[in-house]
Design a protein. Structure first.
Lengths: 253, 258
């Protein structure tokens, strides 16, 4: 395959966090630490030597237990973290959006938030104004668009967030816990939109704990455990591995 | 330094939107809303004028104008710093979730306070007319010290914003530094009040040159001398150079500390 068809390529990525016990948060503690000549920390690899390629048009679901490194991996692709070692190649425009509604401000109106969110994701004011009406229409929030988002129900909030994230039309969409959005008809709309994304050759990577969603939406699933990829393949192959590993011990043995 | 100009230009719309957001939130839920940006300095001026024309009488004519000509730029400086020091930490949630150029946060803090300063010059102009103080043509010179002050403020803001990411004590220390700094800067007094043999100490203060430009042009109707202008820009660029270099060096690790 030519490299053009691999929009996301990670090579030997390790993400190390320095976990400092009693990190000197204040100067007093710093002085105390300094004079005792000790600092207590250990290094923790949230992602260990991971390599992966995501071909164009693929919907990849990352699954795994809490703290396994799924979100860290997503943040590395998004450019939120610069990995400790390894190489990240991302080709194409990317909505660096890890959580729906990140960057929404409660006091601002829906309309103001659409603009601010778009600007945060690197789009211009002009581009956002062109898309504004479509975003409002898709989110189905009517007159609430000019009310501060703190007055929104959580469903409305997520609907607006989803429509901003997808209407800006990135080549690559990265989302953490995506599809708990709105009621059944709206979920169907989201699903349709993801399908059209895929048809348009866009690449999607998302983290989910909802196995039904992964089975339904993904072409490929990847099971992450302790910062490493332990299974990679079709969702119907990978999900059972995950489910058997998380089953209560009494049942599993 | 070219990076700074390029990124500021690239993210200008975002910086502007964040600055407006800041102002919108500051005046949110107040009946008079944005008018407060004008009313605040106007009321402050009223109080100062009353105090210094009745209670405390300084041997300086139109003392309120003498004071405000530098107090307003000082307020811009100290407010910008107070906002900027929290700007990176305060947007921690965003930094952890979206890849975003970090410099937009301190820049937005400065821009929002720059808007405030611009608005506060309107009541100052009104006060100048009301007190029958001459309205000098040297007001036209104000953009020059304003530019130097903004550059100086940017450097300091970058520095404090970074430092506060690693040690949260910095924002508390900053407040103490600012209040001490206020008194060693000729704002409520004039450098002439200081005995000549001690004046050199005051001249080590990097903000004194730019402050001088504001007072000369608004109160005295004069332009600063060339060495003073050069000194003000030299201090401004040294501040920016150091502040931005530190900011750039550390910005990729902010995400681990906010």
């Amino acid at each position: 395959m030519s490299s053009d068809s691999i929009p996301i390529r990670l090579e030997n990525i390790t993400q190390r966090f320095r976990v400092i016990q009693e990190r000197p948060d204040t100067l007093r503690e710093l002085f105390a630490k300094f004079f005792r000549h000790q600092s207590q920390y250990h290094d923790f690899d949230a992602v260990k030597n991971v390599s992966l390629e995501v071909p164009k048009g693929q919907v990849l679901g990352l699954i795994g237990r809490n703290g396994s490194g799924k979100s860290t991996l997503l943040k590395i692709v998004a450019g939120v973290y610069r990995p400790t070692t390894g190489k990240v190649e991302v080709r194409g425009s990317l909505a660096p959006l890890i959580e729906l509604g990140a960057g929404f401000h409660h006091e601002l109106t829906g309309r103001e938030n659409i603009l601010l969110n778009g600007l945060l994701m690197g789009y211009s004011k002009r581009e956002m104004q062109d898309r504004e009406q479509r975003i409002v229409d898709f989110a189905e929030i009517g007159d609430f668009i000019d009310a501060p988002v703190k007055q929104y129900s959580s469903g409305m909030y997520m609907r607006l967030a989803f429509s901003v994230a997808t209407e800006i039309d990135p080549d690559i969409l990265l989302i953490d816990e995506i599809l708990a959005v709105g009621d059944a008809p709206f979920q169907q709309k989201c699903f349709d939109r993801l399908q059209s994304f895929r048809r348009a050759g866009k690449t999607i990577m998302f983290v989910s704990h909802g196995m039904a969603q992964v089975a339904r939406y993904c072409d490929r699933a990847m099971l992450i455990d302790q910062g490493a990829i332990v299974a990679d393949g079709r969702p119907d192959e990978v999900i059972p591995i995950y489910e058997s590993s998380t089953a209560p011990l009494a049942v599993a043995r | 330094m070219i990076d700074l100009v390029r990124e500021t230009y690239r993210y200008r719309e975002l910086i502007w939107a964040l600055a407006l957001k800041e102002l919108k939130i500051r005046y949110k839920r107040s009946v008079l809303g944005f008018l407060w940006a004008l009313l605040n300095p106007a009321l402050l001026m009223l109080v100062l004028t009353l105090v210094f024309s009745t209670v405390l009488r300084f041997p300086i004519p139109h003392y309120a104008i003498f004071l405000l000509s530098v107090l307003l730029p000082w307020t811009f400086f100290s407010q910008s710093l107070s906002y900027a020091v929290e700007s990176v930490v305060g947007n921690g949630d965003l930094i952890k979730k979206i890849r975003v150029a970090k410099l937009v946060f301190p820049m937005a803090a400065i821009v929002s306070n720059l808007i405030n300063l611009g608005l506060s010059l309107i009541p100052l102009a009104v006060l100048v007319l009301l007190m029958r103080h001459p309205f000098y043509w040297t007001w036209l010179y104000l953009p020059v010290p304003l530019l130097a002050l903004t550059i100086f403020t940017m450097g300091m803001s970058f520095f404090f914003a970074v430092a506060n990411v690693y040690y949260r004590d910095v924002s508390h220390i900053l407040q103490i530094v600012l209040s001490a700094w206020f008194y060693v800067t000729p704002i409520i007094y004039s450098l002439d009040f200081i005995p000549a043999k001690y004046q050199w100490i005051f001249k080590l203060n990097p903000i004194i040159y730019v402050i001088n430009g504001f007072r000369l042009s608004v109160y005295y109707g004069m332009l600063p001398k060339a060495p003073s202008i050069i000194a003000s820009f030299a201090c401004a660029f040294i501040s920016l150079f150091i502040g931005f270099a530190i900011f750039r060096k550390y910005q990729d690790t902010f995400v681990f500390y906010v």
